[in-house]
Design a protein around this ligand. Structure first.
Ligand SMILES: *Cc1c(COP(=O)(O)O)cnc(C)c1O
Length: 496
């Protein structure tokens, strides 16, 4: 059997098997791991079409994780995609307002992060075993709100692991914060930082890049790994649902097999949409990948001008999981359109670090033809939430609504009538305050927990089980630190 290997986007590392790339999380030269080729589908679209989520997940992932045995990979899949999700379909398609919403929020923490973070702990444990690693794994994660909870949930009480989550103290919704600070499990640690998501993510990246610290941890029995979407163990499971969406649409008669679709993705760290790009390269008939940003529209500007410029104000919006100015996974796309040139990618990333921006070549820009970048303002987003609810009784969360707004703008500008999937990334219950305010200004006076009950009465969607009693659960994590103190915190938690 052909074993697929991974290499760093910055060219400075040997090729590694998937299991080692998963354990390491990020390459030693600071780059991200990418597959040396995109695997071909093992079966035709017609053969894959009738499969259940779990079997399809196996077919898609086995090419990427080719050093896992069938038994190992199937066991990971079974442990993840099961009754933790509130529907046996795992990721259902709902057709409303002329588009197909792919609901990715039916997992235990109500956001699309569950699609990957429910399986990552199992992939990581299996990978560590395969690599004969006798150390404990310390998971270090920066979160803009949703990754943190999903990672905590996935790793809580997993043997031989510890998980430390850093979140921007004032940059997440009330429900998101409460979900994290009430997390149980002896190996879980949640720390608020005085800073924004980019600060948290930079702090984590610096700790990973600190060789001396890494060695010190190693001597004390730990290896560091990441639950952010820089880990390929998180990215690859996300490829699956693009196929699954397509096959549901085929089964419902919305498309015929072979017909093209477009996808619209509310984007922050560029993980979700990159998985769509990989799906397209594997042979899924995707036309346009519509990249939707909020007011932090650094990606829109990049697709528009070819210049990535992070030097601008960081805006706290009603879609906080997309409040990001340094979109990590874009590095993988840059590497791809640079003709897999590690040297060049490294130059761009260094320019971003030192001067805050870089500009790609005309040739690279031409390779971005399948992407369309757009953004939606907060007013537009609130208006779209209200309109879609009034017209179709479908309640979008603020992130999904950003994608909906950009999709509408794309259709107006292009006249493109291709059937479109909008990845619906969070339950409206995670963002009750802005969603309810969108429906009626009178809701502004209530707190998030009261709004949950009002949302239930209005939408006739029951409050998800996992947050029904969240208001009453004891707060277990209250630690707050400065952004410069993250390393110190990690030392304290791990006792090194
Ligand atoms: C993380 C997140 C996003 C952004 O996804 P990326 O993969 O980082 O682009 C969008 N919406 C929600 C609700 C999220 O949690």
């Amino acid at each position: 059997m052909n074993t697929l290997t991974y290499k760093s986007t910055r060219g400075g590392e040997q090729e590694l098997p998937a299991s080692l790339a998963i354990v390491k999380g990020i390459a030693e030269d600071g780059g991200l791991f990418v597959p040396t080729e995109i695997p071909k589908l093992s079966k035709s679209l017609h053969e894959l079409c009738p499969m259940e989520y779990q079997d399809l997940a196996y077919e898609i992932m086995q090419g990427f994780f080719s050093d896992f045995t069938e038994e190992e990979l199937r066991a990971c899949i079974r442990s993840a995609y099961n009754h933790q999700f509130d529907t046996p379909q795992i990721a259902p398609i709902v057709e409303k307002s002329g588009v197909c919403f792919l609901e990715l929020f039916h997992g235990p923490t109500l956001a699309f992060k569950d699609m990957a973070l429910s399986i990552l702990p199992y992939l990581l444990k299996t990978a560590a075993k395969k690599q004969n690693i006798q150390k404990k794994i310390a998971i270090l994660t920066a979160t803009s709100g949703d990754t943190g909870k999903a990672a905590l949930q996935g790793f809580a009480d997993v043997e031989d692991t510890k998980i430390i989550v850093f979140f921007p103290q004032d940059g997440v919704s009330e429900v998101q914060k409460r979900q994290m600070t009430t997390q149980e499990g002896n190996n879980t640690h949640v720390i608020g930082i005085r800073g924004n998501f980019d600060d948290a993510q930079n702090g984590v990246k610096e700790i990973f890049a600190d060789e001396e610290f890494g060695k010190c941890l190693y001597d004390e029995g730990y290896i560091l790994s990441s639950a952010n979407s820089i880990n390929i163990g998180r990215l690859i499971p996300q490829v699956v649902y693009y196929f699954y969406a397509y096959f549901q649409m085929a089964a419902q008669g919305t498309v015929t097999i072979g017909e093209q679709i477009n996808v619209a993705v509310p984007t922050g760290n560029f993980g979700n949409i990159l998985a769509g790009y990989y799906a397209k390269q594997m042979g899924l008939p995707i036309g346009k990948l519509i990249c939707a940003s909020n007011d932090n529209k650094v990606l829109y500007d990049f697709f528009d001008t070819g210049i990535y410029d992070k030097q601008r104000d960081f805006i706290l919006t009603i879609s906080p999981s997309m409040d990001i100015l340094i979109s990590s996974n874009l590095e993988r796309l840059i590497y791809s359109i640079a003709g897999e040139n590690g040297e060049k990618t490294k130059e761009y990333m260094e320019a971003l670090k030192t001067s805050g921006k870089y500009e790609i070549t005309q040739e690279m820009k031409e390779r971005l033809a399948s992407f369309y970048g757009g953004y939606a303002t907060q007013e537009e987003t609130l208006e779209d939430i209200r309109n879609v609810f009034e017209k179709d009784q479908y309640l979008m969360d603020t992130h999904t609504a950003v994608a909906y707004g950009v999709y509408q703008a794309y259709v107006r500008a292009s006249g493109d009538k291709t059937k479109t999937v909008i990845t619906s990334t969070a339950s409206p219950y995670k963002f009750t305050a802005p969603v309810m305010k969108a429906l009626d200004a009178q809701y502004e006076q209530f707190d998030d927990f009261e709004l949950m009950r009002k949302m239930e009465a209005l939408s006739h969607i029951g409050i998800p089980k996992s947050i029904q009693d969240i208001e009453k659960r004891p707060i277990l994590h209250q630690d707050i630190c400065e952004k410069q103190e993250m390393k110190k915190k990690v030392s304290e938690v791990l006792g090194v």
